[in-house]
Write a protein that binds this ligand. Structure first.
Ligand SMILES: Nc1ncnc2c1ncn2[C@@H]1O[C@H](COP(=O)(O)OP(=O)(O)O)[C@@H](O)[C@H]1O
Ligand SMILES: [Mg+2]
Length: 595
């Protein structure tokens, strides 16, 4: 990702904003309406100085009749123009703000739904804080662009061009002088703006760094406090924030310099030309009204240039944001459903059959170490297989491959005889229930947490699986029963309770293949007995692979697979393996206290 980032950054232009078009396209009608309002408002603004001149020269001036009717007429006309300006400006504001909000919302949803479908590999290299900052900070920059800058930019381009034309109509000589001076002024401003853009991007990155850090630490507060690292963590975040501050200040300084430069140069040029104009009036080559008109048009043109410089800065920031968002959107998950997925054979009453053939796999981040090496395994439908082995043997990795979080580099995995790469990803995962080692509890109530297994399940179905998973009793005893809020990440439950919720969730799916990553470390004897009972209930009528740490589970299995260094080193029943006196025998002697 980072390489793509830097490559793009070198292009460094507003052309990057072209990537936004697909989000703008659906709203052609609204853009057209906003454009009409914008044109009307700009025309009204440009009419004001002219009306003003008419008022001075014809209403008061020596050349005019100076009659009351004329004065009344021109004041009414001026007010009429103001009315048009008011309505058109409000309409433009409404349309453009609507577009800004709508498009930002669309982009946020599109980025999020893209990110949540990424494979775990993506999340190994991308920090969630980074994604969050894309979703918030970067979309906010785009919001500013669509909701304000585009309309400001268009309006000021119109005012600039219109004002300029009117200046020339008023006085060709003075206008020519002003144009030459403006040309000399704009070039340095544009060049300097480039630098501001680069600094702005760096500043965004530093903010993302800080929020990534905070995100990680906030998820680990108990550990942080147990190791009394609060002050260190606060200091670490402080350093990160200071870093972001320093980078932001660099940008602010550059931007301040840009502002000084722009205003001084632009207004310097205008004041000089006005000075010439004042002399022209004194010498009788111009009327007072014409000079007044010229002053107002100069103010409009100067204001437009100032606003355009500002818009340019915002647009550059938005270009950076767009670039980062599109980059995020362009990451394709390496795990995809095939274009023409094969169907799974109809489900049998005993569960699914599973087979691995010569599967070799290494994690993308560890290309030199095979986590599974030429692993072959045949699991008939309905069997219960216990997988044991020391920590790091590759047991959890096997489950990750079955769920197709990763694809093996070699070999095939079949479910009911179909290569899992030929199956629709959702069909595959719907056929598998998993109780992971680290159970995830969402910040919701008990009912909804279990229902996560199958969103359309009725309350009665949820309660039925909770009973099977030995979770019903403790949930009933919670202050509000199934409606009790379980706290963020389930902080209000014990480890054993969390695990039984996870078992109930997996059972609700009623999958033909069940994967259990048994965890005993968090459990006391009573919870362990309850979880054990729940697991046994869960295994009925389906194929089960259980990463087992308990002798009780292992002894009940139809077959035991012993893994070490990504290979199956022994396989058989408890009795036969103990008799072999190998790795299993020594693990059994330790009562499987290894994970
Ligand atoms: N996401 C990952 N990226 C790189 N290596 C990993 C990853 N997850 C696990 N590993 C490595 O793969 C090997 C097998 O891990 P794992 O399957 O978790 O073992 P266990 O048998 O304890 O469940 C270990 O050497 C581990 O360090
Ligand atoms: Mg593991």
């Amino acid at each position: 990702m980072t390489t793509a980032l830097s490559k793009e950054a070198q292009k460094g232009s507003l052309a990057l904003l072209a990537g936004l078009t697909r989000f703008l396209k659906p709203y052609k009608k609204q853009f057209a309406l906003a454009g009409v309002a914008l044109l009307v408002a700009a025309a009204a603004t440009l009419a004001i100085p002219y009306a003003f001149k008419q008022m001075i020269d014809l209403g008061f001036g020596a050349t005019g009749t100076g009659s009351t009717e004329h004065i009344n007429l021109y004041f009414i006309a001026l007010f009429g123009v103001a009315c048009v300006l008011a309505v058109a400006t409000a309409a433009r504001f409404y349309m453009v703000s609507w577009l800004g909000e709508r498009i930002t919302a669309d982009i946020r949803s599109a980025v999020y739904s893209h990110v949540v479908s990424q494979s775990p590999q993506f999340f190994e290299t991308t920090q969630s804080g980074e994604v969050l900052s894309r979703l918030t900070a970067d979309t906010t920059l785009i919001h500013a662009l669509v909701g304000t800058s585009i309309s400001m930019g268009l309006r000021n381009i119109l005012l600039f061009i219109g004002g300029l034309v009117m200046l020339f109509i008023t006085s060709v000589k003075l206008s020519s002088i002003i144009i030459v001076m403006l040309a000399a002024v704009v070039l340095p401003i544009v060049l300097f703006g480039r630098r501001v853009r680069k600094l702005s991007r760096e500043s965004q990155d530093r903010v993302a760094d800080a929020s990534a850090l905070a995100g990680e630490i906030l998820n680990a507060i108990p550990t942080v406090q147990a190791f009394t690292q609060e002050h260190n963590e606060a200091r670490r975040f402080g350093t990160s924030v200071e870093h972001a501050f320093a980078t932001a200040m660099q940008r602010v300084r550059a931007r301040s310099l840009l502002t000084v430069m722009a205003i001084l140069l632009v207004f310097g040029a205008i004041v000089f030309v006005l000075w010439l104009g004042a002399h022209a009036v004194l010498e009788g080559r111009m009327t007072g009204g014409e000079l007044g008109q010229f002053i107002l048009y100069s103010a409009i043109v100067a204001g437009a240039i100032g606003a355009l410089a500002e818009v340019f800065g915002d647009a550059q920031r938005a270009a950076g944001a767009t670039e980062r968002l599109l980059e995020l959107m362009s990451v394709a998950s390496p795990i995809q459903s095939p274009a023409r997925p094969l169907p799974l054979p109809p489900r049998t009453s005993v569960g699914a059959a599973l087979a691995l053939h010569e599967v070799t796999f290494h994690y993308p981040s560890r290309p030199k170490t095979n986590s599974l090496a030429s692993m072959s395994l045949d699991v008939p439908a309905g069997a219960t297989i216990a997988i044991v082995g020391p920590s790091g043997a590759g047991k959890t990795t096997l489950f990750q491959l079955l769920l197709r979080f990763y694809d093996p580099q070699q070999g095939t995995i079949t479910l009911d005889g179909v290569d899992i790469r030929q199956l629709d990803l959702h069909a595959l995962r719907n056929a598998i229930g998993i109780v992971p080692q680290d159970t995830i509890i969402f910040s919701a109530n008990a009912m909804d947490n279990i229902r996560y297994g199958r969103m359309d399940a009725t309350d009665a179905e949820v309660i039925a699986v909770a009973k099977m998973a030995a979770a019903h009793e403790f949930i009933e005893r919670l202050p509000e029963g199934y409606a009790s809020f379980l706290g963020e990440r389930g902080v209000r439950l014990s480890g054993g309770q969390r695990q039984r919720i996870a078992i109930a969730r997996a059972l609700l799916k009623n999958p033909p293949l069940l994967l259990l990553d048994e965890a005993t470390s968090a459990l006391d004897a009573e919870s362990e007995r309850l979880v054990q009972g729940a697991l046994e209930a869960a295994m009925v009528g389906r194929t089960t692979l259980v990463i087992a740490h308990r002798l009780a589970t292992v002894q009940r299995a139809d077959r035991i697979i012993v893994m070490e260094h990504g290979r199956i080193v022994e396989s058989g029943t408890h009795a036969s393996l103990v008799a072999q006196g190998g790795l299993y025998a020594s693990l059994a002697a330790l009562q499987f206290s290894l994970h």
